[in-house]
Design a protein around this ligand. Structure first.
Ligand code: PHE
Length: 339
């Protein structure tokens, strides 16, 4: 009888299974209620006393071996199944990925950057918290200059020297201070002005300003560059320059683009004139060049500046500038297909 048990132990140890069903059959055969092990236990009372000890140890060994085997085989099959779950079907479709949308401000900014980079302009950036020199004084706006009132400034606490930049012309000053001509750079960024918030104006908005400095740069170069820009940006090449005033440029101009009068919206947007004002520009004032360490006898240049928010409103037919900063997903998700 003991030999029989030893044979079963050997059988248990050699046993291999490919499926859960095979393991279960094996378990029932040995450890089931009517299984072999219970049969042996039932025999126990018929065993001679002097053999009881050895017999008992043998059945226990068989019992442990059978239980251990079942556990091992189950673990093995389960871990195989887990791997299959992750890597099993390589042809199955992927999980859908939620697509985000770029913000309309970024869309317009990227387009402007792209258009100017094609004619050799790089991108420059600077701090939003500025000092008086870079935002005003270097730009030909000394203290008490009446033109400072054109830009309602937010000051930082009580220090009149530290402020939130009112335009990204401050970046151009920094750029000229640190680089030698020829300079061709555009400066996109957020700017702040203490204005009443309404559908048409906000206390912060975004600008792209451009600067071109080299030997012999003329007003004709400025006009040509702007015309290239409006053609690429809006598909409209008819522009006009109206004389204007900025402290940092001389002469200065406002740029209008001919939008047309084809639709009702054209009428409304252009107030019936067909013309739309899109930016300010001019030849960099010699004083500004001097302030930034560039010799105005040797170099000349032009600058221009436009509001990104206003252009975004135009391009996407948005009626209220506040929508651009409210982070309403119902609004933002509409730009998913734009690029
Ligand atoms: N800095 C001016 C503004 O914010 C725009 C401008 C830039 C005008 C460069 C002329 C030349 O209004």
């Amino acid at each position: 009888m003991i030999d029989k048990i030893k044979e079963y132990i050997a059988e248990v140890e050699d046993f291999k299974a490919k499926s859960k069903e095979e393991i279960e059959a094996f378990r029932i055969k040995f450890s089931g209620k009517k299984g072999l092990i219970n049969d042996f236990f039932a025999e126990f009372k018929n065993i001679a006393n002097d053999q009881k000890k050895e017999f008992g140890q043998a059945i226990n060994a068989l019992k442990n071996a059978a239980e251990q085997k079942v556990k091992e085989l189950k673990d093995e099959i389960e871990s195989q199944e887990e791997e299959k779950g992750i890597y099993g079907d390589l042809t199955r479709p992927g999980e859908p990925i939620e697509i985000g949308a770029r913000h309309p401000i970024s869309l317009v900014k990227n387009k402007i950057v792209d258009i100017f980079s094609r004619i050799g302009f790089n991108v420059s950036e600077g701090p939003e918290i500025e000092d008086d020199w870079h935002n005003f004084t270097a730009l030909n706006l000394p203290e008490y200059h009446p033109a400072r009132d054109m830009q309602d400034t937010f000051f930082i606490q009580t220090d009149p020297d530290i402020l939130l930049r009112t335009h990204t012309s401050s970046v151009q000053v920094r750029y000229m201070e640190n680089k030698k001509p020829p300079i061709r750079t555009i400066s996109p960024g957020r700017v702040y002005r203490n204005e009443a918030i309404s559908a048409r104006s906000h206390c912060f908005f975004h600008q792209v300003e451009g600067l071109y400095i080299d030997k012999g740069v003329s007003f004709a170069d400025l006009k040509q560059t702007l015309q290239y820009f409006t053609t690429e940006m809006f598909g409209k090449s008819k522009i006009r320059l109206r004389p204007s005033y900025f402290p940092f440029t001389e002469p200065s101009a406002e740029v209008d683009v001919y939008w047309g009068l084809e639709t009702e919206t054209d009428y409304r947007m252009t107030k019936g004139t067909g013309w739309l004002e899109i930016m300010g520009c001019g030849m960099v004032d010699p004083n500004v060049l001097k302030n930034c360490g560039i010799d105005p006898e040797e170099y000349s240049g032009f600058a221009f500046g436009m509001g990104i928010d206003r252009i975004a409103l135009l391009q996407y037919g948005i009626s209220d500038i506040r929508m651009l900063s409210e982070n309403d997903l119902r609004f933002l998700e509409q730009f998913k297909s734009a690029f």
